[in-house]
Design a binder for this molecule. Structure first.
Ligand code: F6R
Length: 244
């Protein structure tokens, strides 16, 4: 694992954007795996700046998002569709046909087929070149909660109580946080050619420590990253603080 500890969140975001720029320079039609949540917001602002100043173009880029709440429509302001368009895609030159985000309104009867097709669509695009991840306080990746199989693929999952509490800050009432989500699996994530995990803040320090130097166990989903050939962690000092 390559670990970069930055001075602060702004530097973390700039470093992450640099990695995107390098990737797109080498391969303008790269397939990017994207996350939502608080952590990548700085990265997305940096990408918008680079695009608006004519330094970075997304015309040929393809993106696959990690996850989406189950039961929310893409127009719901809490959906990850809404988040991605509001915080990134609306400001870029990316083609809408190249954007893939799980559909939270797929009927239960069609969900298996839908998840299979999502997985297949990644394969049809020759796999993810560069996958960005955040990490949950409980070590989750995407919505792969502790106990998720290392062999898991895209599927419908239940959110853990810890995640519901952590994500309640985005909702007016904790009871409004969806209880289920569609998420790429851990095996899906591990197939990406390069992985970059971003973590900021003291609340992530213990999860980062367990992911980096802890036992590789399904109880800490992020610990699977120890088995990937090309992982970079970009941390701020608080998130890195338990590593020493
Ligand atoms: C979001 C996702 C989650 C978050 C994680 C950290 O698409 O997959 O795993 O990356 O919960 O969230 P923040 O960045 O809000 O602390």
């Amino acid at each position: 694992m390559n670990i970069i500890t930055t001075k602060n969140y702004e530097e973390l975001s700039k470093k992450a954007a640099e990695l995107v720029a390098q990737q797109l320079q080498q391969k303008p039609n790269s397939v990017l795996g994207l996350a939502t949540g608080s952590t990548p917001l700085g990265l997305y602002s940096q990408l918008i700046k680079l695009h608006q100043s004519g330094q970075l173009f997304f015309k040929d880029v393809v993106t696959f998002n990690l996850d989406e709440y189950f039961g929310l429509s893409g127009s719901d302001e809490h959906s990850y569709h809404h988040y991605m368009f509001a915080n990134l895609f609306n400001q870029l030159d990316i083609a809408s046909a190249n954007i893939f985000i799980p559909d939270g309104l797929i009927p239960l009867t069609e969900i298996k087929r839908y998840c299979f097709d999502y997985e297949q669509s990644i394969i049809d695009h020759r796999g993810i070149d560069l996958q960005f991840l955040g990490i949950g306080n409980n070590g989750h990746l995407g919505f792969n909660e502790p106990g998720s199989s290392f062999n898991s693929v895209t599927r419908l999952v239940d959110l853990s109580a810890n995640t519901i509490t952590a994500n309640a800050r985005f909702f007016s009432d904790q009871n409004l946080v969806p209880r289920q989500a569609i998420t790429m699996g851990l095996a899906t994530i591990m197939k990406a050619r390069k992985i970059v995990l971003l973590a900021s803040g003291i609340a992530k320090a213990e999860a980062v420590r367990q992911a980096v130097v802890g036992e590789v166990t399904e109880l800490v989903p992020a610990s699977i990253l120890q088995q990937h050939r090309d992982v970079t962690l970009i941390l701020d000092p608080d998130a890195a603080s338990a590593l020493k």
